[in-house]
Design a protein around this ligand. Structure first.
Ligand SMILES: Cc1cc2nc3c(=O)[nH]c(=O)nc-3n(C[C@H](O)[C@H](O)[C@H](O)COP(=O)(O)OP(=O)(O)OC[C@H]3O[C@@H](n4cnc5c(N)ncnc54)[C@H](O)[C@@H]3O)c2cc1C
Length: 486
């Protein structure tokens, strides 16, 4: 890490602490003494936790890159942190984890600031192209597509909602020619990473794991609106229960990757416990991988080019390169490396090495609306109603008609940032497939993809948990393929 970046990483949380202190000073003068005492305690606790986090983040700084590692993992996001932690369990393997962004800070892990993180440099700040048919209410008709650029990746930017998805999602993946991915097959991997604190979780055969690294808790405190939502859903006929259990059509309070009022990112879950203990794992921050090196004759990946500390360096991989750069950057990096649609690569001056449908299968979820629930007694009891403010661009249409909602969707074209599928898993007979069921890039040796990109179909839930599952399974498959006894 450069002197400039390490100074930056220290100064940001302290600036936040000072701002927080200023706020306290103003509010304390008008508030009760007891409130002031509590706030002081909260602030001291905030500083204590912030310092503890800085200590954990700082330990890996400053090490020089070696010329060769056994495995190089690109991207320390949800998948990358998990994968690097698992691969480095073999003390004989040297593992390098490269992350384009900087350190995670405690300020980022206060759930209430989640939305504001999109404004900072921990977001890649991607935007859609201007359009005449969607994102019409946004500046220049462009929507934001946030992606984490920080240790922990999008698990640091996300809203922490935890779902496994439906069992049918995984059974469908398997039916598409991906052996080993049915719900039955993947269930042990959910349990392996889960550290569920959900007291009334379904105790049946799909019960959650309790001992893994990724914490899952009910969010606290509960608001009146949350109470009304759960009750209104039950009034509308949805049974109360564990929506991550045996039967997933259930309503409950939110299960979230939160513990002790703190975001439980992949960095916190998998890497903090290893800081200073795993000498065969090298984590390099502020390191942008610009290319995977692939021999065009043997079609074998043998290293990467990385931009870090003000220069571009070559680092070799003795065994494999694993790309975990997320559903937007993974296809970009593959294409920069000659893996992608050959015609398109030639158009932009890149020599194709493997002609694959990289980027073609992009999928996402649109933001759901729960307008109907407002009619239920539980919502009526708290006087909830839809804000009757019509969009100027849609005011010519009948209020709440289908045409009105269609027009509304074209203006506020929100997806919920679940990008996936851009390096689709499938057999070589599938023209849209990029990786096989062991996540190896078709036609290229020693190169895998392990992140949200590989989902053949986006699961019908929030994907962060399923990405942990992908990483855990990838780690086991890599260990098997290199004869490391599990
Ligand atoms: C705002 C937001 C809210 C969300 N809310 C939820 C939610 O509530 N629940 C849920 O389950 N899911 C949610 N998601 C989705 C979920 O967080 C993602 O699906 C998941 O984090 C994807 O993991 P990944 O490993 O595929 O990619 P990421 O976590 O994005 O990791 C990719 C990493 O690779 C790094 N990288 C990229 N390119 C390079 C390069 N060339 N060199 C080096 N490093 C590179 C990136 O900086 C990043 O750290 C949300 C996402 C966002 C953005």
């Amino acid at each position: 890490m450069t002197a400039r970046t390490s100074q930056r990483s220290l100064s940001r949380p302290w600036a936040l602490v000072l701002a927080f202190l200023g706020l306290l000073a103003v509010s304390a003068s008008a508030a009760e003494q007891s409130y002031y005492d509590n706030s002081m305690l909260d602030m001291m606790e905030f500083m204590r936790r912030g310092q503890a986090q800085l200590d954990l983040e700082a330990l890996d700084n400053g090490r020089k890159l070696l010329t060769k590692y056994d495995f190089i993992v690109v991207g320390a996001g949800t998948a990358g942190c998990a994968l690097a932690a698992r691969l480095s369990e073999n003390p004989k393997w040297k593992v390098l984890l490269l992350e384009a962004g900087g350190p995670e800070s405690y300020a980022m892990d206060m759930p209430i600031v989640a939305h504001y993180l999109q404004l900072g440099e921990m977001n890649w700040k991607y935007r859609t192209e201007p359009s005449a048919s969607y994102c019409l209410a946004m500046n220049n008709n462009r929507c934001n597509w946030p992606r984490g650029k920080v240790m922990g990746g999008s698990s640091v930017l996300n809203y922490m909602m935890y779902t496994r998805g439906s069992r049918r999602d995984y059974d469908r993946w398997a039916e598409l020619g991906n052996p080993g991915w049915s719900y039955r097959d993947v269930l042990p991997y959910f349990r392996k990473y889960e550290a569920s604190n959900i007291p009334d979780a379904d105790p049946g055969p799909t019960r959650p794991g309790r001992q893994g690294p990724v914490k899952i808790s009910y969010t606290e405190p509960r608001t009146r609106i949350a109470d009304a939502f759960v009750r209104a859903s039950q009034e509308a006929g949805m049974p109360r229960g564990d929506y991550n259990g045996e039967t997933q059509l259930r309503v409950s309070y939110l299960q979230a990757n939160v513990y002790n009022e703190t975001r439980w990112s992949s960095n916190r879950a998998y890497l903090y416990p290893l800081k200073g203990k795993r000498t065969n794992l090298h984590v390099k921050k502020n390191a942008l991988v610009t290319k995977v090196l692939i021999d065009p004759q043997t079609k074998t990946a043998y290293g990467i080019m990385v931009q870090t500390e003000g220069r571009v360096q070559k680092v070799l991989a003795r065994r494999e390169v694993v790309v975990s750069a997320g559903a937007i950057n993974t296809p970009q990096l593959l294409m920069l490396s000659g893996v992608g649609p050959a015609k398109h690569l030639r158009e932009v001056g890149i020599k194709p090495i493997a002609d694959l449908a990289v980027g073609y299968n992009l999928q996402d979820h649109i933001a759901p609306a729960a307008v109907r629930l407002l009619e239920e007694p539980a919502f009526r009891a708290i006087g909830a109603r839809l804000l009757e403010k019509r969009l100027p661009g849609c005011s010519h249409l009948r209020w709440r008609s289908s045409d009105y909602w269609a027009c509304h969707a074209r203006h506020f074209t929100f997806t919920i940032y679940h990008y996936s599928g851009t390096a689709k898993m499938g057999p070589s007979s599938d023209p849209a497939a990029v990786v096989d069921a062991r996540l190896r890039v078709h036609g290229i040796r020693n190169l895998r993809v392990a992140d949200a990109s590989i989902m053949p179909h986006l699961i019908s839930g929030h994907p962060n948990g399923p990405v942990y599952l992908i990483a855990e399974k990838a780690a086991d498959m890599i260990k098997q393929d290199h004869n490391y006894v599990l």
